[in-house]
Design a protein around this ligand. Structure first.
Ligand code: PEP
Ligand code: MG
Length: 582
């Protein structure tokens, strides 16, 4: 049997299933004699205290092992435990109705869910999952707590974990060292557990809908995290094929990692700088492992985490400074908040078309505070290393001026306060809106660098929603309009002596990266694990030849024909093994 979901963390794993069933603890309503009421209140307080200690321990472990942003989620959970709506209310129910603590908690949970259901807001709906997570923990602790089996104490051995869902606290608590792969009924690409599995390098498929119903416990399964497949009790030949693919992946991964110490230059000596994109501070270590020469895009908005709390200036200085220290002597490019109105004012009206709405710099007009705090932190952190500030979602020169003016004001403020900061931090922008690409020459006069955000640029150039699967076949990175736009941006950069990089997903695909290189791009930023493959491709070509091929593609009318041309001309460079040798 073959199940299809969304592959969110690549790799192939073969193993026995450990099925996690959503534990449904039966809750009874018990009437207590009056003299037992205060004892029951005490029992509830103890379970809450144990829950608090557990959550604090999980939070500390997350902060230590995977970074502060993952840990923020648990602040929200800890705050829920303090919330009078929750516990004071449960205590009141025990005292008024003389019922057991489990029943009181369940009543509170129902009341709060009814309240959450009245909101249509996605943010509040997520809070309702958090509520179940926190209350579920208290219920388990009431039932005997610490001795109950948990995800932190999996049976001996290693497993493929099959579960309906993994809440953030379950994912944090999970004994990952026992987990070969994860297959979940729920979830999507941007799902928190998916991001975590990617950071940990564990293959994962999510969105399987009914895997927990269809896969028997103990079955042998293969999880293919790149293709999004889960194969249950595969036939002997299929299993052999998977094992062979797994071995090929392992050898190739090993060989590619060996490129870490090799220079990223073509056969005729032209260099390309390969940097890493990162969402979490702990990814700096992975970036170094794969040989990144800097962080070309730090998506800072991930610091908001699921709790959507804006980090303070001091917290941000610590994060940016930590990134610089880890990446020394390489540069770190931090993108300023690329957020929508829902982050600025949770629960407020959402934009009818978020991709064209009020986001990133456009929100400055409404509430500059989060941007001011971030820019202060960035200027201060820059005193400690080569930090660069990158502005997203710039539509043209006036957006840029507005941001530059704010940066100038902040410089004045920091000067007056006598704060240590760097005056001449390089400020650049992402070219991801066609109007900015068309005015790249005007923008280049005022910035230190340009970075092409192909993910959004393609979406806006081709009018294809990047998140709508119904039009995904129309999302063509090799469309001649994309290649011509990149050519023009590179020309504008060269005219004004401003470096041009690419930080969208095109940079991570060896074939597409080569065409960008052929068009004159000399810096590429991508997910760390993609670096070795792109480096191998670069090392397998002659720059002069790629330039010729890329220029010829500019006159080819369709993406399909461009791809055929590129594959024909560059085939040799795309067999990585050929290019890894010294
Ligand atoms: C882009 O748009 O290409 C980009 C790099 O940013 P994001 O994918 O975060 O929009
Ligand atoms: Mg973008």
């Amino acid at each position: 049997m073959e199940l299809k979901g969304t592959g969110v963390s690549p790799g192939i794993a073969v193993g026995q299933v450990l099925l996690v069933e959503r534990e449904i603890v039966p809750v009874f309503r018990l009437l207590l004699p009056p003299e037992a009421v205060e004892g029951e209140v005490q029992r509830l307080s103890r379970a809450v205290e144990v829950s608090r200690t557990q959550l604090q321990a999980i939070k500390d472990r997350m902060a230590r092992e995977v970074g502060i942003p993952h840990a923020y989620i648990f602040d929200a959970h800890l705050l829920m435990l303090e919330d009078p709506l929750l516990l004071d209310r449960a205590v009141a129910i025990i005292r008024e109705e003389h019922v057991n603590a489990e029943w009181a908690l369940r009543t509170v949970s129902e009341q709060l869910h009814a309240l959450f259901d009245e909101f249509s807001d996605a943010y509040l709906k997520e809070r309702s999952t958090d509520l179940d997570d926190v209350l579920g923990r208290v219920q388990i602790n009431l039932a005997g707590g610490d001795d109950a089996p948990s995800l932190a104490r999996l049976p001996r051995g290693t497993f493929v974990l099959v579960a309906p869902d993994l809440t953030p606290s379950e994912a944090a608590e999970l004994a990952w060292e026992r987990v070969l792969a994860v297959a979940l009924d729920a979830g999507s690409q941007t799902y928190h557990t998916a991001i975590l599995a990617r950071s940990l390098g564990i293959p994962a498929v999510v969105g399987l809908r009914d895997a927990t119903r269809r896969i028997p416990p103990g079955a042998l399964v293969v999880v293919d995290g790149a293709r999004g497949h889960v194969s249950v009790e595969p036939s002997a030949p299929a299993l052999e094929a998977y094992r062979a693919a797994q071995e090929r992946d392992r050898i190739e991964e090993q060989r590619l990692k060996e490129t870490r110490g090799l220079a990223s230059v073509t056969l005729d000596g032209v260099g390309v700088r390969l940097e890493a994109n990162a969402e979490f501070p702990d990814e700096a270590a992975t970036a170094i492992l794969y040989g990144a020469e800097g962080i070309g895009l730090f998506r800072s908005e991930y610091l908001l985490g699921r709790s959507r709390r804006w980090p303070t200036e001091e917290e941000q200085v610590a994060v940016y400074r930590g990134l610089l220290e880890q990446m020394t002597p390489h540069p770190v490019t931090v993108r300023t908040w690329d957020v929508g109105p829902e982050e600025l004012a949770p629960g407020g009206p959402s934009s009818p078309n978020p991709a064209l709405g009020e986001r990133a710099l456009r929100l400055l007009r409404r509430d500059p505070e989060p941007f001011r705090t971030q820019l202060r932190a960035l200027l201060r952190a820059a005193a400690h290393g080569p930090l660069r500030i990158m502005l997203p979602f710039v539509a043209g020169p006036s957006d840029l001026w507005m941001a530059l003016e704010l940066i100038e004001t902040i410089r004045g403020e920091l000067r007056r306060e006598g704060q240590a900061f760097r005056e001449d931090v390089p400020v650049g922008l992402i070219l991801e809106i066609p109007s900015a690409a068309l005015t790249a020459d005007l923008l280049a006069r005022q910035v230190a660098f340009l970075s092409v955000g192909t993910n959004d640029l393609i979406q806006y150039l081709l009018a294809v929603d990047r998140v709508d699967p119904r039009v995904s076949s129309l999302y063509e990175p090799l469309h001649p309009a994309v290649l011509r736009t990149v050519r023009d941006i590179v020309a504008a950069g060269q005219r004004h002596h401003v470096p041009v990089s690419v930080c969208g997903e095109m940079a991570a695909d060896p074939l597409q990266a080569l065409v960008l290189f052929g068009l004159g791009v000399r810096e590429l930023s991508m997910s760390p694990a993609s670096i070795p493959r792109v480096k191998a491709a670069v090392r397998g070509v002659r720059a002069a030849h790629v330039r010729e091929v890329a220029n010829a593609c500019l006159d080819v009318p369709t993406a399909a024909e461009i791809e055929t041309t590129l594959r024909r001309e560059l085939a040799q460079a795309l067999t990585p093994a050929a290019a890894v040798k010294e």
